[in-house]
Design a protein around this ligand. Sequence first.
Ligand code: GDP
Ligand code: MG
Length: 163
Amino acid sequence: MKKLFLMGRSEAGKTSLTQAMKGEELHYEKTQYTYSHESTIDTPGEYAETKSASVGLACFSFDADVIAMLCAADEPFCIFGNNLNCCINRPLIGIITKIDSPHANVDKVKNWMENAGCERIFEVNNKTREGIDALLEYLRNDRITISIDEAKAKQDNGINAWE
Ligand SMILES: Nc1nc2c(ncn2[C@@H]2O[C@H](COP(=O)(O)OP(=O)(O)O)[C@@H](O)[C@H]2O)c(=O)[nH]1
Ligand SMILES: [Mg+2]
């Protein structure tokens, strides 16, 4: 199973997602520092919200196989920039939480994630576990590995050839 790195603003639902992925009842826990679990790395929202602390994200993400930009469906604005995938040498995915919120605007958040360069976008409700199985299945599937010669050949053909 690929190890998932979670980054997003405070209260977005990162810790709840780790509980939903384990099949646990949601229970509030303030994330005081970076927690490395078996299949997830959970970070404090302050790392994503504070410029001086954001280096923490870069540092701990090296231990993960997949980086997730996590936003709640009712967030008013996006704290991540466009083309975020350019500075990450891991697959970048988007996870939209709180799709059950009465103020949810899933299309808007999806747009942010597409602009950031997320290769997959998952919509979840941590409370009912809706969408969690699709995320787990994605993490369970082995990554496609290629040899160095195949990588060089693809590189010679330009970046679009990676598709
Ligand atoms: N309605 C709803 N509430 C959620 C969902 N995910 C998390 N929450 C609630 O949002 C609050 C913040 O969640 P938490 O996981 O601590 O956010 P974090 O700061 O990103 O770790 C808690 O009260 C959760 O119960 C969701 O999918 N739907
Ligand atoms: Mg948390």
